[in-house]
Write a protein that binds this ligand. Structure first.
Ligand code: GLY
Length: 363
């Protein structure tokens, strides 16, 4: 690496991709003195715009995905300070409840609770009455729940807006363009935060698109109140989540190995029917938006955060967890840019996201 490890107020940094990851890196690097340009034809309008905004590593944890759990927990710890620096009002809900509707779901949730315990984590196991005390709006068919009171969700679109303002205020330049060649950028250092386009720009990084459809609903005069906590469930084997958002709800998400962003009739039908199994009063809400986004997935479901070579740093492959993993990604990228170790609370988790695990990355 060049002398760029030392913060240099004249060093040029190009951030390719203006989603929440790219915008956050750009904002924080500009505050450190870098001369930053974000390259994106439509900043903040990709997966970040479609996202649910859940910060729920425990509730989304799955036995076997231990490294992702640790990374998510380390990032959740950084979120309150990150939100505080930006705009604390972007936090839109507290608490997450995962519910079981049949015997197989009950067995799965108990297995997840045990796995979390074996990882030194705790999640409350609630019986039917306990679930309805935490969230009275859920269906009477719910048999058991896992409750995590300290998990959060954020309004992803308010987050995008706050990051765009913060980046502009810090002096970041925005170029409305699609980058096709990293070598052609007039920059000393490059951060690749291009989501599903990352593989095209850097073939060593195995990032593929996994499509997700999502619905936005709001209450109407006379609707029953929606949930106050984020609710997750598996219905007919399909995952569904309901995230409170102002006077409404975000309901997601389908999952397909596909790279188009068309919203399908079947996707909308399944999401509504699965959400209704959990929250029966949903039919009274207004469905005002359907959308689809592309998750940048990797073969091991872990993101790619760190140096690819002397000039390029990866900040991509965040799969289902881009919003949750934003603060820890910023920490990893700034550490790589300034040639220092990441904060100790984040260092071990970031090590597991290092792109050196990909064939062809030689740092
Ligand atoms: N983070 C939720 C999803 O990808 O659907």
């Amino acid at each position: 690496m060049t002398s760029l490890g030392v913060v240099n107020s004249h060093a040029k940094l190009s951030v390719v991709g203006g989603g929440v990851i790219g915008l956050s890196v750009a904002w924080r690097a500009a505050r450190l003195g870098w001369q930053v340009t974000v390259h994106d034809p439509a900043p903040g309008r990709g997966a970040s715009w479609v996202a649910g905004g859940m910060l729920t590593p425990l509730s989304e944890g799955w036995p076997g995905e231990d490294r992702l759990l640790d990374l998510g927990l380390a990032s959740l710890k950084l979120w309150p300070a990150f939100a505080q620096m930006l705009d604390p009002s972007i936090v839109s809900a507290r608490g997450a409840l995962t519910v079981a509707l049949d015997a197989a779901d009950v067995a799965d949730l108990l297995r997840i609770a045990q796995w979390l315990q074996s990882r030194g984590q705790h999640i409350d196991v609630l019986d039917r009455a306990g679930v309805r005390t935490v969230e009275p709006v859920v269906s009477r068919a719910v048999r058991l729940g896992l409750y995590s009171p300290d998990e959060l969700s954020v309004d992803n679109r308010a987050l995008v807006a706050a990051l765009q303002s913060a980046a502009l205020a810090a002096g970041v330049e925005f170029r409305s363009e699609t980058v096709t060649d990293l070598d052609a950028l007039d920059a000393d250092q490059v951060v690749l935060a291009a989501g599903v386009n990352s593989h095209q720009l850097c073939p060593q990084l195995p990032v593929r698109a996994v499509k997700g459809e999502i619905l936005r609903l709001r209450s109407r005069a006379g609707s029953l109140p929606g949930p106050a906590t984020t609710i997750r469930a598996r219905v007919h084997g399909r995952p569904v989540y309901l995230v409170p958002r102002g006077d409404g709800l975000v309901v997601g998400a389908t999952q397909y190995e596909s790279a188009d962003t068309q919203v399908t009739v079947a996707g909308v039908r399944d999401l509504i029917s699965d959400a209704e199994a959990v929250f029966p009063a949903i039919g009274d809400f207004e469905l005002y938006e359907t959308s689809a986004g592309l998750r940048p997935m990797t073969p091991d479901n872990m993101p790619l955060i760190g140096r690819v070579d002397d000039r390029v740093i990866a900040a991509t492959g965040h799969g289902r967890g881009g919003i949750l993993l934003t603060p820890i990604t910023v920490e990893g990228v700034l550490a790589a840019l300034t040639d220092r170790e990441p904060e100790s609370s984040a260092a071990a988790a970031l090590q597991t996201a290092d792109p050196s695990r990909c064939a062809g990355v030689t740092t």
